[in-house]
Design a protein around this ligand. Structure first.
Ligand code: GLC
Length: 752
């Protein structure tokens, strides 16, 4: 096999808002998207690059470049791209000339037949974070990964690849930060110094172009803001989806679904969502209901609604081959399914048996798919769970000559699940007429945050998986995702009662709090573990509901800046070496101020690393100095959770579901500290899109220890808060400190 290395540049010209650089065998284009974002595309193809599934922004029309003797420099206020022309290499520096990331001068971009690779210089202290749902440690230095969306059933904590592809990583070295997004949906590879004797890192793909976006902002928050500007941000999730969700493969009948829902209410355990896994369908045919066990879907959903439950149903892409099935017939007639090159329909087997697979890359197919949700939305379903969309077929190996329209499966496999979620999202949004649908998907590609929440697939009921799951959540947060769940309790295997309790205590701090288990596993509802444990789990779920005002505001932040709700400590404490220590790498900030330390179910004490600043234990207000390892008690009743000094956490009293108003008091908790801190409190109606037209309620709350005051800023937006009164509660002061105001909108300065 021949290796071709990108050679000397022959010409440099401006072309269509980009720089066009030609070599004998290839051409490179350079676009400036913003002062901190530059795109490079090196291709052997002279046609315009394909439209991206991920990117939603356009490049700038004007940018500054200069041809020097043997180089070209593209400069922005934040970045300098030095392009060596002989041979053609790309080197990114800060505006003042510090190297951020450079091509390996020897190999740069090269090809091995269709495979395209970029070798880059590895810096001695360089760390790598990101790639979303990937096994391994927070710092990925020394590891290599493959992106090839896979139904990773029975995966372990070292399995790669898993279900999703986020070819975006963050590099850290010399006190500097950068990000790189390789926008290519072919099978792709990332090597963070695993194979090259500490000289190079590299990434590449089996085909397509060397097409990447370089992010030169300093600080992870800024990089994430830029990345989610480019690839989009989530919309406000329906408030009900932030409540507790009870799932199982499967509740086998409408009676069972209703019975479980009723038990939550009887036992006063808060919950909002019930799920129907595959067995609600007639022979696993998507958009149908089993006529024996779910005889009256609307009746069931009405009864759920009366109990203030919402229903989420699963859907898989595989359409059963069945002459009497509407979606099958229409799909065949209209040519909507994946084919072999000769036009024969591809058949693969999944739950329904032999199936065809919709070509979600075709807009017409997505429209058709989206419209079919009427069958679920009509009786009242509001949540749509997209599964098996890697796509999965038994045997896993979909032949490489399967085609989706003009594209062969290997070219776009990694974006299939995302396109299914896209069709589901737009279709259900239209059908629900102004109500927010809740979309959940297993497979994903960069940009999926625009359409859907994700969960981390089929984990196992072990302590190790619980910690691993949190690491995945934290890493997905570095890939633009914020609404993320793991199967609490573990999908495969049976958790010990202690593990179940512990995992539920982490649940309030998992962005999507969903309990799920596989067919044949033990029942997992909170009351299955004996009275004492039921009470602990109940308290944990109640904690989730108390925190909802804080959580909702946290998601608002995700919609505005792309910052995830669950944040690896690397976001705010990037240069603190301790946070990369494998003992502490699972810890995370939940929103701005809460630090959570996941702990195995068997440990009654644990070492926690508290970064710089002062911290309070949430459960006791005990104060700790930061920048040190502390040994703290971690009984099953008290997961180590801390609040940053100066932290502002809006809460409410316990409610049983998100439809309930509660006591009408918005509690704003503030923990004493030495530094000014502020929090943007956000509320809207929780179910519609009217917030996009100004119907929200927003105000900034500031804690100022120098002035000794707490300031509630002016209310913005036209929505009326659902709370009537305001209660401010200080922690870490002498004695109790509570102030209550009759008017939630009071614009006040409270001295302390
Ligand atoms: C897949 C999903 C799992 C679901 C099961 C049956 O394994 O990952 O969550 O319960 O299929 O639909």
């Amino acid at each position: 096999m021949q290796i071709e290395i990108l050679g000397n540049a022959d010409s440099v010209t401006e072309h269509d808002n980009s720089l066009l650089i030609k070599t004998a065998q290839a051409q490179a284009r350079v676009w400036v998207f913003s002062p901190t974002i530059i795109r490079i595309c090196v291709t052997k193809n002279s046609k315009e690059p394909d439209e991206s599934f991920a990117v939603i922004e356009k490049s700038l029309e004007d940018f500054t470049w200069e041809k020097l003797y043997d180089t070209v420099e593209v400069t922005t206020s934040a970045l300098k791209l030095v392009i060596d022309l002989h041979p053609l290499r790309f080197n990114f520096l800060t505006a003042d000339g510090q190297p951020l990331s450079e091509d390996d001068n020897r190999f740069g971009v090269n090809w091995q037949a269709e495979r395209v690779i970029n070798y880059r210089k590895l810096y001695p202290d360089e760390k790598f974070l990101g790639l979303g749902e990937k096994a391994g440690d927070l710092n990925r230095r020394g590891c290599n990964y493959v992106n090839w969306n896979t139904d990773a059933a029975m995966h372990t904590i070292t399995t790669d690849p898993l279900y999703k592809t986020f070819p975006f990583f963050i590099g850290l070295h010399s006190g500097l930060t950068y990000g790189l997004f390789f926008d290519n949906t072919h099978k792709s590879y990332f090597d963070f110094g695993a194979t090259t004797d500490e000289q190079m890192s590299w990434f590449g793909a089996d085909g397509g172009d060397m097409n990447y976006y370089f992010f030169g902002a300093q600080g992870l928050r800024n990089i994430l803001e830029d990345y989610t500007w480019l690839t989009g941000r989530m919309e406000m999730p329906p408030l009900w989806s932030l409540g507790y969700q009870q799932c199982r493969w499967s509740y086998m009948s409408a009676d069972e679904v209703l019975d479980i829902a009723r038990k939550f209410r009887e036992r006063n355990i808060p919950a909002d969502v019930m799920y129907c896994d595959i067995d609600y369908m007639d022979e696993y045919k998507i958009f149908t209901w089993n006529k024996e066990t779910f005889t009256n879907p609307k009746g069931m959903i009405d009864q759920l609604k009366d109990m203030n439950f919402r229903l989420v149903t699963i859907i898989d892409p595989g359409i059963k081959i069945d002459e009497n099935y509407k979606e099958y017939k229409e799909g065949v007639e209209r040519g909507y399914f994946a084919t072999y090159p000769d036009g024969e329909l591809y058949t693969g087997s999944v739950w329904p048996g032999r199936c065809h697979f919709p070509d979600f890359f075709n807009e017409e197919v997505r429209e058709w798919w989206g419209a079919a949700f009427e069958a679920l939305a009509d009786p009242g379903v509001e949540g749509f769970w997209n599964d098996m969309n890697e796509p999965a077929a038994w045997g896993q190996n979909m032949p490489w000559l399967v085609k989706f329209g003009e594209r062969f499966m290997p070219e776009v496999r990694n974006a299939y699940g995302m396109q299914m979620a896209r069709g589901t999202y737009y279709g259900t949004k239209r059908i629900l007429k102004g109500k927010r649908p809740f979309i959940l998907t297993r497979a994903a590609y960069a940009g999926t945050q625009r359409y859907s929440a994700v969960w981390t697939g089929d984990n196992a009921a072990t302590d190790e998986h619980m910690l691993f799951g949190q690491r995945l959540v934290n890493s997905l947060g570095l890939a633009g995702m914020s609404m993320i769940g793991v199967d609490i309790g573990g999908f495969m295997g049976n958790p010990t009662p202690e593990l179940m309790v512990r995992w539920n205590s982490l649940g309030p701090y998992v962005p999507m709090f969903r309990n799920h288990a596989a067919l044949g596993m033990s029942m997992r509802e909170p009351w299955q573990w004996g009275e004492a444990y039921e009470q602990i789990i109940k308290k944990d779920i109640e904690q989730r509901y108390k925190l909802l005002p804080y959580i909702y505001s946290g998601f608002y932040e995700s919609t505005q800046t792309g910052l995830p709700l669950a944040r690896t400590l690397a976001i705010d404490y990037t240069t603190d070496e301790n946070i990369y220590d494998t003992r502490f790498q699972n810890q995370f900030l939940f929103g701005d101020s809460i630090l959570v330390a996941p702990v195995v179910s068997t440990a009654e004490t644990v070492e926690v690393y508290l970064p710089a600043g002062d911290w309070y234990r949430l459960s006791s207000d005990e104060k700790f100095k930061g920048n040190q390892i502390v040994n703290v008690a971690s009984p099953l009743t008290d997961l180590p959770v801390f609040v940053k000094a100066g932290g502002i956490v809006p809460m409410q009293n316990v409610i049983q579901n998100t439809n309930e108003i509660g006591d009408g008091i918005l509690q704003v908790h503030i923990w004493n500290g030495n530094e000014v801190n502020s929090f943007v409190y956000y509320e809207d109606d929780g179910t519609t899109y009217s917030y996009q037209d100004g119907a929200y309620y927003k105000r900034t709350i500031t804690f100022d220890p120098q002035k000794k005051e707490i300031v509630f800023g002016a209310v913005e937006g036209s929505h009326q808060s659902k709370y009537l009164k305001l209660r401010v509660i200080w922690h870490g002061f002498e004695g109790a400190n509570v102030v209550e105001m009759e008017n939630v909108n009071a614009q006040i300065n409270i001295g302390f």
